[in-house]
Design a protein around this ligand. Structure first.
Ligand code: 4AD
Ligand code: MG
Length: 459
């Protein structure tokens, strides 16, 4: 059996050959003399045109939109027609028909509507491209780090410590199964003591990755992370995937080099291995996409300190909704101004005030800022957050205390500074934000197969 992608990639190899395929009907026009079926199988942005003559009878004519079919026929070149080739059908098996209320009609549906049918959404052409890209990039992330000699570490999803110290965790409790039978949900007892202490869903794998970096030097984790951030924005999700490299014997400059190399490699992979999908995004989602990504590959990334960024924002003469002043965090509108108006490309912002960053970031000599770095990109804002870590035991212990965190709970983490500690650094890439950057998709809900955001956990 062939795929539509294989045919598009080398049609001449199939001309006048018998070809077998299976997939779903995207469109069907049954004319008086001839019928046309557009077949899709998830392998390629284009559909394959299947043609039959009307005398093939009811079996062919009754196939409705959305039906699953297995077909065979001969592929013929059609140089005069809109599409370069078509499949002249000889056999068609209706594998699964569709009910009349099939929600995906021929017309273009809004992304908002498609979110309400997330189980059928992957069949819509935009989402075919989105999820092909997601799969490819996931593979490319592993390949990138594997080729650079990084060890992959599966950091836990269930954790005790708050890796960001931001208090945005989901708590996990065990249902008491013995009492479950026959009881309405409200009457269920929850066991808080399953682990002998509170358990949470991981907000980041970083702290565990640091432990592994002190045994394997260069490591990365790539998995789901969870934030109980009640921000209903187009770039926040309660469940998202994060790529987190962590490197021992590495400082902030080394980390920034890695981050730029990584993003460039991902852009290159998208261009080389998903050219049709990228073209689709450029044609239908964001008409500046290809030009923008090509410009990035040609020009490189800028960088500035947080203090320089605040200075630029203050002098910009712009009126922002949120205040700008040294010590306050950058809001999305500020980030967007820097990337879209000032730099017109990706920019690393470094050395943020200690007070607005996490407890583990390494203090700078000025006693005010930490060796942090965020990568901001046009249209989105922050896609990477990272830092050199505080490797000095006393300073880290002080920082924990100053932030009101228990040194007891982080004893194991402090230990890494007592036993063969090194200057080390790492960052986290929001995988969905990377996908938004590569596709031009505007809402994080539209690059996650089954998005989890506040007030929504269907499917
Ligand atoms: O900046 P963050 O919070 O950094 C960390 O979690 C570090 N522990 C990473 C590290 O150094 N190993 O998150 C990293 C990235 C952000 O830049 C953003 O791209 C993404 O994760 N992110 C989110 N993506 C979607 N929805 C959310 N709620 C996100 N929160 C963070
Ligand atoms: Mg951040």
């Amino acid at each position: 059996e062939q795929t539509i992608a294989a045919i598009y990639k080398n049609p001449t190899a199939f001309y006048n050959q018998k070809v077998r395929l299976s997939g779903w009907v995207r469109n069907h026009r049954a004319g008086k003399q001839v019928g046309f079926i557009e077949l899709v199988d998830g392998s390629y942005p284009e559909s394959l045109q299947l043609v039959y003559s009307a005398d093939r009878g009811e079996a062919f004519r009754d196939v409705s939109l959305g039906a699953a079919v297995a077909v065979s026929g001969h592929l013929v070149a059609t140089p005069e027609a809109k599409q370069a080739f078509e499949l002249r059908l000889t056999e068609l098996d209706l594998v699964g028909g569709t009910a009349e209320d099939y929600p995906l009609q021929k017309k273009r549906h809004s992304f908002e509507y498609l979110r309400t049918i997330a189980h059928l959404r992957p069949r819509a052409n935009t989402f075919q491209s989105v999820f092909r890209l997601r799969s490819l990039m996931s593979f490319a992330v592993h390949r990138y780090f594997h080729e650079k000699g990084f060890l992959q570490v599966h950091t836990p999803v269930l954790t005790a410590s708050d890796a960001e110290g931001a208090g945005e965790m989901f708590q996990v409790t065990a249902l008491d199964l013995d009492r479950l039978a026959g009881q309405p949900p409200a009457a269920l007892d929850y066991k808080d003591d399953f682990f002998g202490g509170p358990a949470h869903l991981a907000v980041s794998g970083q702290l565990n990755a640091e432990a592994f970096a002190h045994a394997f030097k260069n490591v990365y984790s790539f998995g789901p992370t969870f934030r109980a951030e009640n921000s209903n924005t187009a770039r926040h999700a309660a469940e998202f995937w994060m790529i987190e490299p962590e490197c021992a014997f590495c400082d902030l400059d080394g980390l920034i080099d890695l981050a730029e190399d990584f993003i460039r490699a991902m852009i290159q992979t998208a261009f080389e291995e998903a050219p049709q999908d990228i073209q689709f995004f450029n044609d239908f989602i964001d008409d500046g996409l290809i030009q923008r990504l090509e410009a990035v590959q040609a020009a490189g990334f800028s960088s500035m300190t947080y203090t320089e960024a605040i200075d630029l924002l203050e002098k910009s003469g712009q009126s922002f909704a949120y205040p700008v002043s040294w010590g306050l965090d950058l809001q999305t509108e500020h980030e967007r101004f820097l990337t879209d108006e000032v730099v017109k490309g990706p920019v690393f912002v470094t050395d943020y005030p200690e007070d607005i960053k996490a407890f583990y970031m390494r203090g700078n000599d000025d006693q005010k800022t930490v060796a942090a770095v965020d990568l901001l990109v046009p249209g989105i804002g922050e896609i990477i957050g990272g830092s050199q870590r505080e490797e000095r035991f006393d300073l880290l212990a002080q920082r924990l205390a100053a932030k009101g965190m228990s040194t007891e709970a982080y004893q194991w983490y402090l230990d890494l500074r007592r036993y063969g500690g090194t200057p080390h650094a790492g960052f986290g890439v929001g995988f969905e934000r990377l996908l938004m950057y590569l596709s031009g998709m505007k809402n994080i809900r539209d690059v996650i197969p089954f998005p989890r955001v506040p007030k929504q956990i269907n499917f």
